[in-house]
Design a protein around this ligand. Structure first.
Ligand code: TYD
Ligand code: MG
Length: 463
């Protein structure tokens, strides 16, 4: 019965605009008594043929309607602002700053339309106090506190916001989906209802999801395939926060947004290239290596730190949160096989300065050098950075954006980039000083170690 009811809209016989509820006057063209009950399928067919297959060339794409969020980092991660009619899931640990971020997004979003912050976690007064402290009180921003999906939908219908935030999906409850909020069933049902509301009204909805450290709560995972974009808000060292997309129907899923949690909420970090470097007066300590990593559209220089200690009782472990531990084990195995450095009786600790999580394959070579340096006690020269993927056979594989990596390295005072062989000597010298750090091509891990440690490789191998 309810399915039948839902499939109706009220369509203006004068301008074709449709409304979910009957109104005396069409809000689009202003005519009175023109809204007629129409089957949704028919309204759609008349509007754009959504219920019929269409020749691909005849499909109208319309203009891209994105709403800038007022946060360059958020826009970067979303691919240029919030898409109208889209649903975004923002996950993160409790206390990481999701509510803060989204209140700021609503307060700064570039739209004249209405904005709605729906909370099932805080009271209107709490939200008002926070908004005042953050400078987020603006015209057009409304607050509704409820965990009842029916009431939330009614509020959406009443406000018809351009952008709405639902904080959080775990506190929403629909009578149709069982009594307890937060179950996978509830989350899926509520996310589905809100998604179809957003699509029908061309409004954007951002859903907040609490995710624990393990990140595998059944609920929010179940909603991921329903939404257009999935963002994660992650903790870096101290006040650093990293915003990352793991799915994005309207943009790249590789971009990274960087923030700092400060006194007045989240501040953007725009010049981030040197943020994850450790500045030292004298040389590098053993175990540290610098890599220019390609994260989304920018290059960040990061210091990778490794420590090896003899394992107790013959049981070895890898402790690495910022780089996948399986990758650390693989690189240690490649080193052991191809350079003779022994890791199989060692516990290995790996960290990344600044606490950023690295997934790019291009960090392999720097990770290998950090491990080798930790194991041998021989430090890297302080003006060298490394980029390249390592194969199991010990070959250095190409990675993209080498020239940009070389430039970013030079801008932060590094003179040499060791990586996969690239352009010929002739082409490299053509570009002169504009080329950035000197790019030393190496084909194997052995060659890389020789290029980095020079004669000291043998010194290390004697140990
Ligand atoms: P919050 O946005 O409530 O996190 P979430 O919604 O992800 O649970 O942020 C909570 C933390 O942020 C809280 O520990 C206090 C801190 N914080 C600041 O340091 N500065 C601020 O201006 C605000 C609003 C919060
Ligand atoms: Mg919150």
């Amino acid at each position: 019965m309810s399915a039948k009811k839902k499939a109706l809209v009220y369509r203006c016989s004068s301008c074709g605009h449709s409304e979910p509820k009957w109104l005396g006057r069409c809000p689009e063209c202003g005519q009175w008594n023109t809204l007629r009950e129409t089957a949704l399928a028919q309204a759609r067919a008349e509007r754009g043929g959504e219920t019929f297959p269409l020749p691909i060339a005849s499909i109208e794409t319309g203009k891209e309607t994105r709403i800038p969020t007022g946060s360059a980092e958020m826009d970067r991660v979303l691919g240029g602002g919030i898409m109208r009619g889209s649903v975004v899931l923002l996950g993160g640990e409790p206390g990481i700053g999701k509510s803060t971020l989204l209140l700021q997004v609503l307060a700064r979003a570039a739209t004249k339309g209405r904005l709605l912050y729906i909370s099932g976690e805080e009271s209107p007064a709490q939200i008002k106090l926070r908004a005042e402290r953050l400078g987020c009180v603006r015209d057009g921003l409304e607050v509704f506190c409820s965990g009842d999906l029916g009431l939330v939908r009614a509020a959406l219908d009443a406000v018809r916001p351009t952008v709405a935030v639902v904080d959080s999906i775990q506190t929403l409850r629909a009578d149709e989906a069982g009594a307890v909020p937060g179950t996978a069933n509830q989350i899926k049902y509520c996310a589905m209802e809100l998604t179809s509301w957003a699509k029908e009204h061309d409004s954007a909805i951002i859903l907040v999801a609490h995710v624990t450290k393990e990140g595998i709560i059944a609920g929010p995972k179940a909603a991921e395939h329903l939404v257009d974009a999935v963002l994660g808000f992650e903790q870096g060292d101290g006040d650093m926060r990293v915003l990352r997309a793991s799915k994005n129907r309207f943009g790249s899923a590789e971009e990274v947004g960087l923030y700092r949690m400060g006194e007045t909420g989240l501040e953007e970090v725009s010049d981030a290239s040197g943020l994850f470097l450790v500045r030292r007066e004298d040389g590098m300590p053993a175990g540290a290596a610098v890599a220019p990593v390609h994260e989304g559209s920018r290059i960040l220089l990061v210091e990778i730190q490794a420590l090896t200690v003899p394992a107790k009782a013959g049981l070895t472990r890898v402790y690495s949160e910022r780089i996948d531990a399986a990758r650390v084990s693989r690189i240690a195995a490649v080193l052991e096989k191809h350079t003779g450095a022994r890791f199989s009786d060692q516990d290995i600790y790996v960290n990344v300065a600044g606490g950023i999580r690295l997934t790019e394959p291009g960090v392999d070579l720097a990770l290998a050098c950090a491990l080798y340096s930790a194991r041998s006690g021989v430090a890297l020269p302080k003006d060298v950075v490394l980029a390249g993927e390592l194969s199991l056979a010990g070959e250095v594989r190409p990675v993209r954006q080498m020239r940009r990596r070389a430039k970013a390295a030079a801008a932060l005072g590094f003179s040499t980039l060791v990586g996969p062989p690239g352009e010929t000597e002739a082409r490299r010298s053509d570009r002169g000083s504009e080329a950035g750090a000197e790019w030393k091509g190496v084909r194997t891990i052995k060659e890389a170690l020789k290029a980095v440690f020079g004669a000291r490789v043998h010194e290390a191998e004697k140990d």
